[in-house]
Write a protein that binds this ligand. Sequence first.
Ligand code: PLP
Length: 233
Amino acid sequence: MDYIKHNLDEVLGAINNSANKANVNPKNITLIGVTKTVDIPIIEEAIRLGVTHVGENKPQELVRKYEVIGDKVKWHLIGSLQTNKVKYIIDKADMIHSLDRISLCEEINKRAKSINKVMDCLVQVNISREDSKHGLFKEDVMDFVKTVSSKYKNIKINGIMTMAPYVDSPEDVRIYFKEIKNMSKEIEKLNLENVEMKYLSMGMSNDYKIAIEEGANMVRVGTSIFGKRNYMK
Ligand SMILES: *Cc1c(COP(=O)(O)O)cnc(C)c1O
């Protein structure tokens, strides 16, 4: 498992570098180790090496791993979430990154309320408008945030999550990250109850360095820590 330490050191070094470029304290960048398809012993090793946040894109996987690993790490649900799966993760996830429709808010709010929790969420924005991606189009974000703030008291919006398109040159994603950053400033100005633009969750293995330079303070890194995923298992 030595490769985990090697990879993690490299990622942490790169985060440091990019944070310095952006004039922010590297300590304020949250690294989420994306553990989808990664086996529990490997995740435990990453935790031993200092990973404190993990991300899963499937609710059932989050639950399965949570039951073994527990709450010594923070759990992030980073993938699209079906309404009927909310009940499984509501008491386990520390943050849901994929808030993207009112029906989902309705269910999260109901389930969170029943256990006296205010669920931390990020609004997912489909900034590149690709059909393959989930999330709100930018023109719908303001109204959505206003509605959530006024109607769903057991949801706290903590920022925005986005996935940049896959491009040949990582430089080409910069404009998308900039747009998200500007959007978050606009939302902050509204001064809404239960809405705080504390986190910008953007940047994956391919583009987290650039994302940090453009204002990301939460990066979701899988491959660069755990290696290429094997979906066949
Ligand atoms: C898989 C995944 C990641 C991590 O992707 P890598 O390229 O392996 O770093 C980040 N965010 C989401 C939503 C994912 O599904």
